[in-house]
Write a protein that binds this ligand. Structure first.
Ligand code: PMP
Length: 461
């Protein structure tokens, strides 16, 4: 076989991809027919594909490239660390400087007494850690019956057996034997889709109180923890009504249920603070982290844990860990990423510059005939596509049909945005500048116009 390099023609790369590469969350045979888009390189907020198209990445990869693409410093640090110590484990009473330094830095950045880090290779692995950690915590405290974890429908917590079970995606549960036992899902605070005639405030309270009802029904002596994303990401960037989180916090406190905030998307500046928990006023016992921790430059995740939880877990052996827990290269890269976020004031940029600028432009998209609501916190936003704004109606077509048209029109206009059903979501690199925001919104507007024309021509509007 000849060498497979950047110089091969697109069609050849696509054919090899189709023949040998299985893609996540994809209908493989359909993609094989069509051919995957081949991304060659990237700089700042811009991707270049094999045809030379320059595409504005409105998703920061998969919500992760917070510092933008092409930062040489991370390449340097990775190369240096590979030369010095490419791997050593943190099992069997050993440690190394990158893991020590990264854990210490995370303890400094994390709110409250979240001072201890258990490393993983991804968000999914970290949430699997959390399942075992909270159950073990209660067992070590002499309450082994407290094993149920309450989560939410339409939550996303990962794709492994444990984390996929925590998640509330029914289409995932339909494959491969999920959920695992003792996971319970309550309804999500998605006012636009499910709020009916109630006000957002009433609805937020009602949905939060489902947690109290569930604890009552399952039994206080059975419930270990509640897990949620501060703002649901993959579920459609669903920003809960303001009444929601204070009530959830009250209930967790009252029943002494551990609160796990899944910060995999919201963490590291996405919402204009270091963590979404700070923006939403949440006091978690455990935070799940990944993605923006290394800006996606290296695969790494983890759980940041309170003094109390770490103290109890430390009282016995925790029979859990991954070969790559605290991987030295990934840790060094993550640490350098945090240095850049901090020294270049990227979080201030989100809060004071890019966030407010984007908010104004993003919310103006709600004037488009196809857009029902446009919501945003920091630099994560969503728009609801609807045939009728006032009634928040759904399209007559299968859910996701119009969203897919819109996503394709975005691509055609050199913009990456994702659709979740008939909702469009965005999450660009946090370093995006106002002129780039102008370009992004301009392309999104054109995509919406083209989508609108197509939806009308199909009689869906
Ligand atoms: N939690 C949340 C909130 C996520 O958004 C994701 C990934 N989209 C995960 C967990 C899983 O992370 P990973 O894909 O790194 O396993």
């Amino acid at each position: 076989m000849s060498a497979i390099t950047n110089h091969l023609p697109t069609a050849e790369l696509q054919a090899l991809d189709a023949a040998h590469h299985m893609h996540p969350f994809t209908t493989g045979n359909e993609l094989a027919e069509k051919g995957a888009r081949v991304i060659m390189r990237a700089k700042g907020v811009t991707l270049t594909d094999s045809e030379g198209n320059e595409i504005l990445d409105g998703m920061a990869g998969l919500w992760c490239v917070n510092i933008g693409y092409g930062r040489e410093e991370l390449a340097e640090v990775a190369a240096r660390q590979i030369r010095e110590l490419p791997f050593y484990n943190t099992f069997f009473q050993t440690t190394h400087v990158p893991a020590i330094a990264l854990a210490s830095k995370l303890a400094e950045l994390a709110p409250g007494d979240l001072n201890h880090v258990f490393f993983a290779g991804s968000g999914s692995e970290a949430n699997d850690t959390n399942i075992r950690m909270v159950r073990t915590y209660w067992a070590m405290k002499g309450k082994p019956s407290k094993s149920i974890i309450i989560s939410r429908k339409n939550a996303y917590h990962g794709s492994s057996m444990g984390s996929g079970s925590l998640g509330g995606m029914t289409y995932m549960h339909a494959q491969g034997g999920m959920p695992i036992p003792d996971i319970h899902h309550i309804n999500q605070p998605h006012w636009w889709a499910e709020g009916g005639d109630s006000t957002p405030a009433e609805f937020g309270l009602a949905r939060a109180r489902e947690l109290e009802t569930a604890i009552g029904e399952l039994g206080e002596d059975r419930v270990a923890a509640f897990i949620a994303e501060p703002i649901q990401g993959a579920g459609g960037v669903i920003i809960p009504p303001e009444t929601y989180w204070p009530e959830i916090q009250r209930i967790c406190d009252k029943y002494e249920i551990l609160l796990i905030a899944d910060e995999v998307i919201c963490g590291f500046g996405r919402t204009g603070n270091w963590f979404g928990s700070q923006t939403l006023g949440i006091r978690p016992d455990i935070m799940t982290i990944a993605k923006g921790l290394s800006s996606g430059y290296a695969p790494i995740g983890g759980s940041i844990v309170s003094d109390e939880v770490a103290g109890v877990i430390g009282s016995g052996e925790f029979n859990h860990g991954y070969t790559y827990s605290g991987h030295p290269v990934a840790s060094a890269v993550a640490l350098e990423n945090l240095r850049i976020l901090e020294e270049e004031n990227v979080i201030d940029h989100v809060r004071d510059v890019a966030g407010p600028y984007m908010k104004e432009k993003w919310q103006a998209l709600a004037d488009h005939p196809l857009v029902g609501e446009a919501r945003i916190v920091g630099l994560m936003g969503s728009i609801a596509l609807t045939p009728h704004k006032e009634s928040r109606a759904k399209f007559a077509s299968d859910e996701g049909t119009v969203g897919l048209i819109c996503r394709e029109r975005c691509f055609a206009n050199n913009l990456v945005m994702r659709h979740v059903g008939d909702r469009m979501v965005m999450s660009p690199p946090l370093v995006i500048q106002p002129t780039e925001i102008d370009t992004m919104i301009d392309r999104a507007g054109r995509a919406l116009d083209e989508c609108y024309a197509e939806v009308k021509s199909q009689g869906l509007f």
